[in-house]
Design a protein around this ligand. Sequence first.
Ligand code: Q46
Ligand code: ZN
Ligand code: ZN
Length: 316
Amino acid sequence: MLCTKCKKEASIYIRRHNSAFCKDHFLEYILGQTERAIKKLKMFNKEANILVAVSGGKDSLALWDILISLGYKADGLHIDLGIGEYSEKSKEKTKKYAELNNLRLHVVSIKDLYGLGIKEIARKNHKAPCASCGIVKRYIMNLVSKELGYNVIATGHNLDDEAATLLGNILHWQIDYIKAQSPLLLEEDVGFVRKVKPFYRVSEYETSAYCLIKKIDYIIDECPMSTNAQSLVYKEALNLLENHSPGTKEHFYYGFLDKGKSYFEGEKKETILNNCKICNQPTTANICSYCRQMEKANLDPLKIKEFINTLRDLNR
Ligand code: Q46
Ligand code: ZN
Ligand code: ZN
């Protein structure tokens, strides 16, 4: 098979676009898709200070690498969730990448700060690990961005992730989640830093191919807590449809963004925000979900803020 662009031997075939690329033109393609997403949704510009949430997996490392290649100012944030060997390996891969490329990385370790990992914190709260993990990650990403002066948080969610989330939300008619699903979350008006997903036009296969070509060493194992995650089943179902009819995934997701989403939007409910009585961060309750969770586990919610303040002082 020959490269669609230069007619040299192709290394990658993108079935949904019926295009084949040599290595150089594949890199041009994936950088182009990412830049197109950023510009189309006006996610950020070259002046913005971007914080990339980096897990050590292929998507987040590829995203960091591409943002830097495109000339954006992007630092990394790794949250060590204290999930045994998986977290150790994730941290090691992330640190190695940052060191090799001379990039600034902030590491926040739950286990080092609290002596407990996310699984134990979830157990003490009678919650599923992923529910606790979501609260912790969201809180830390927001606090680090605010305290260290970042304008936007970028995550490595790709087309497969977004399409699977949408399928799950539709199957269960989670109207509020459907309304909120977007690669651009403008949360500034509710006291949170803007969140973006610049890979929403890039598939999982493409981020793996990118890491392979660029020799980026990433953690292949999935988080051990995700083995039963329903999203893997939705991904499989979508892959089946995609194999049968290439392009289904992107038609489904882009179609939702362009046409479907507006059917669900309706009137915007006004959100009444308070400052959390403990940590002073925005919340719709009196005490934010992070502080509530930490208190239930007999842990001091403010420890994280103190640690982030030391990071801020170190970065001055
Ligand atoms: S890291 Fe956390 Fe995921 Fe692991 S505990 Fe669940 S939410 S599966 S992206
Ligand atoms: Zn080519
Ligand atoms: Zn709080």
